[in-house]
Design a protein around this ligand. Structure first.
Ligand code: KE4
Length: 441
């Protein structure tokens, strides 16, 4: 646990959050419904919120913050976008859940297929975990093989076979392998170092005919932001193709974020299956997995690979996701997000340089991480280097920015997200806050 760094001013301005957290802990494990919110990576106590609009969050003490997590990615349009609110309200007027098919689900499927060329058929689920877990089961069912290759620092939700050397909150909490994941389960998951093509080659030499799939984040957000090398992705694509294994892109975070077609559009690499979440649900519980029709047609009831869900394709979530994707299609924000991303990167870099703070900044579009690294450290290209970050240094930065009204990810091992609602003035103010924070730390 990082030592708490909140200033006394912080504690005084968030008395209601402190009380709310104490009460929540008596009823909810750790006081939160997801460990990523527990502030384990930055110390201190989580802040409780009561409202959001556009790029702004308001906590239960009435403090306002510029929001750079956007619900960990979904809120690319900003909070309470009029098209999304209107779509949810209109759906509310006719019903919220049927447990039966609706035409709205087919319309969302059409939008996903039109946006992501590698997806010919798609199945909706209620969370990214469910979608990733199902894609793994499908890859095993389609190939008849058992082994899955994943990469340290990549997080694919909390399905047992994927909670092995996970990134995201598991890494932040220093618990790479969770209790409860059996040795038998973990045995079929091979965990390699990201951006190490030679290691992947060697693994396929030894295990190729037993590997069902290679699963990866095509741009990693869950160890902080790490870009793939072209050689790494090309090697993964070649080896899976040659061996009959499937290449699965986990685009829960990057899907519709880096482009309408996700990271695969930006990087020009076509996977066999894609896992989607976050933005595709517009902030409501909805995720998806899809890809080659000849693979997807193995999913029950078209095929024999079981997957189901009471609230899969829930009308409210489908309405929010559809409105979000239509807004992204009709008025693509990606040039604006790139401009703001570049400006924020320049602002953070200038602040670190002025303060003499050694950092490594990685960014793709509106996703960015400033790694607090030892002076002269190697570029952060995988978990081996990401995990060397100065977590206490990041924690001091996080709390200094909180005190200046900027809400960054509460972990060095997460990416920040800029929304289409952020204005030039917000980006400038955030850069000034970073300069003041690093100068004072
Ligand atoms: P969910 O089950 O949380 O909807 O999705 C799991 C998941 C799968 N794949 C990727 C690439 C992801 O980033 C995630 C979830 N991301 C974390 C934050 N990095 C969600 C935050 C949380 O767990 O509370």
């Amino acid at each position: 646990m990082i030592d708490p760094h909140p200033s006394s001013a912080h504690r005084d301005r968030r008395r209601r959050s402190t009380a709310a957290f104490a009460h929540a802990r008596t009823l909810i494990p750790g006081g939160v419904n997801s460990p990523a919110r527990a502030f384990g990576g930055v110390g201190g106590e989580p802040i409780f919120f009561r409202a959001a609009a556009g790029q702004w969050l308001t906590d239960i003490d009435g403090n306002r913050y510029l929001d750079y997590i956007g619900s960990w990615g979904p809120m690319i349009l900003g909070h309470r976008h009029p098209r999304v609110v209107a779509a949810i309200e209109a759906t509310l007027a006719t019903g919220t859940s049927y447990g039966a098919p609706t035409e709205a689900e087919t319309r969302l499927a059409e939008l996903i297929v039109a946006s992501v060329p590698s997806i010919e058929k798609v199945r909706l689920t209620s969370s990214g975990t469910e979608a990733a877990m199902s894609a793994v089961r499908l890859a095993r069912g389609f190939t008849g093989r058992d082994k899955i290759v994943k990469f340290a620092g990549n997080y694919h939700g909390h399905g047992d076979s994927l909670l092995v050397a996970a990134g995201s909150s598991a890494a932040t909490l220093g618990v790479p392998d969770s209790p409860g994941v059996t040795a038998g389960t973990a045995r079929d998951t091979l965990v390699l170092e990201y951006n190490e093509p030679a290691e992947l080659e060697d693994t396929f030499r030894r295990e190729g005919e037993r590997i069902a799939a290679v699963l990866l984040e095509p741009v990693v957000g869950n160890m902080g932001l790490v870009r793939p090398s072209h050689e790494f992705l090309a090697t993964a694509r070649r080896l899976t193709h040659e061996s009959g294994a499937l290449l699965v892109f986990d685009e829960v975070m990057t899907g519709f974020r880096l482009a309408l077609g996700g990271a695969q559009e930006v990087l020009g690499v076509t996977p066999d299956l894609t896992v989607l979440g976050k933005i595709v649900g517009g902030g409501l519980p909805l995720a998806a997995y899809g890809g080659r029709a000849d693979v997807m047609d193995h999913v029950l009831p078209a095929g024999r690979v079981f997957q189901a869900g009471t609230l899969s394709g829930n009308p409210l979530a489908v309405a929010a996701g559809t409105a979000t994707l239509e807004a992204l299609r009709d008025d693509p924000p990606y040039a604006r997000l790139e401009r703001h991303g570049a400006a924020l990167e320049a602002g953070f870099r200038a602040a670190a340089t002025a303060a003499g703070t050694p950092v490594w900044i990685a960014r793709v579009g509106s996703m960015m991480t400033m790694f607090f690294q030892p002076a002269g450290a190697a570029p952060v290209m995988g978990w081996r280097t990401a995990s060397q970050s100065d977590k206490a240094g990041y924690a001091r930065f996080f709390w200094g920015m909180i005190d200046r009204g900027v809400y960054l990810p509460c972990s060095q091992y997460e990416a920040l997200f800029i929304s289409a609602a952020h204005a030039d003035a917000d980006i400038d103010a955030t850069s000034v806050a970073a300069r003041e924070t690093l100068a004072g730390s």
